[in-house]
Design a protein around this ligand. Structure first.
Ligand code: SAM
Length: 275
């Protein structure tokens, strides 16, 4: 098992099919994006967070976006369905990417969402094609920020924008918090806000804005644990006990991190310096 699979969120990704089947759709049935949006988003506050990106970036049918770390493809499909834009969805885990691609086909969105399996750091640079780079909770997995932000700069059009939702460091982590971050969350490095901003500026971005989301994300992860416990029996029946144990442990560890006050969450936006 590769290291990223130590993060229990990414084990058994086929559980999305159990949810789809339980909602009454046959194995290969055609779907609508709205039928699956409750199961296919791996970030906080679901499609509301993606709506904020659509508004901020003024995404329309002419926009070309790249999503860094697209998971099961939920945000990419929602962007394409809601705004009619084109999205290149980049995902490093082949099993997630394969499921994402099959769901996109079943939703009839293959013309607007293109799935690319690989490391964003290896994504081919062909001269700055994208209006915006978006990402939800994926940057935290990529410790080489210099390479990542340089890549973003190179693949964006002049004055192209970034819209990331990501973790950052609010206070010094205890050794237990570090262990959870490195192992259970696969997040070996987190900068503080100022360092994060500086790294973006250093790599050619301007107008860097950092909107703190810590309180709202703490509430979200607390509610997620409560809801999970309330519905645990149903979850275990549908996906099996091992999967339920894994998800419960993962959700509780994230809540523990937010409760200890050293983990922060933010929406980070910036503009590629046009010069
Ligand atoms: C928390 S998930 C979020 C998925 C999706 N953005 C969503 O909100 O539903 C983060 C994703 O980033 C992917 N990822 C991590 N490092 C990556 C990299 N270097 N290149 C591409 N994808 C990466 C992970 O495999 C994971 O699927």
């Amino acid at each position: 098992m590769s290291d990223i699979k130590r993060m229990k969120l990414y084990c058994h990704p086929e559980r999305v099919y159990n949810e789809i089947n339980a909602a009454g759709y046959g194995k290969d049935a055609l779907l609508r994006e709205k039928d699956i949006r409750f199961f296919d988003q791996y970030h906080y506050l679901g499609t509301d967070a993606v709506d904020d990106a659509i508004d901020f970036l003024q995404v329309d049918s002419q926009s070309r976006l790249i999503e860094i770390g697209s998971g099961l493809g939920g945000p990419a499909r929602y962007l394409a369905e809601k705004a009619g834009c084109h999205v290149t969805a980049v995902e490093i885990q082949s099993d997630l990417n394969q499921i994402a691609s099959s769901l996109t086909n079943r939703c009839g969105l293959s013309g607007r969402v293109e799935h690319f399996c690989g490391d964003i750091l290896e994504f081919p640079e062909d001269g700055g094609n994208f209006d915006a780079a978006v990402s939800w909770l994926a940057v935290l997995h990529i410790p080489n920020r210099q390479a990542l932000f340089k890549k973003c700069f190179n693949i964006l059009k002049p004055a192209g924008k970034i819209f990331f939702e990501d973790y950052y460091k609010l206070g010094a982590f205890s050794s237990e918090e570090e262990k959870i971050l490195c192992g259970d969350v696969q997040c070996p490095y987190l900068p503080a806000a100022e360092e994060y901003k500086y790294q973006l500026i250093e790599n050619g971005f301007t107008d860097v804005k950092f909107e703190d989301k810590t309180v709202c994300w703490s509430d979200f992860v607390r509610g997620r644990v409560e809801k999970f416990i309330e519905n645990r029996d149903r979850y275990a029946k549908l996906h099996g006990n091992e999967v339920a144990d894994g998800m419960e442990d993962f959700y509780k560890k994230i809540l523990q991190l937010f409760c200890q006050g050293n983990l922060g969450g933010a929406r980070i936006t910036a503009v590629k310096n046009g010069r």
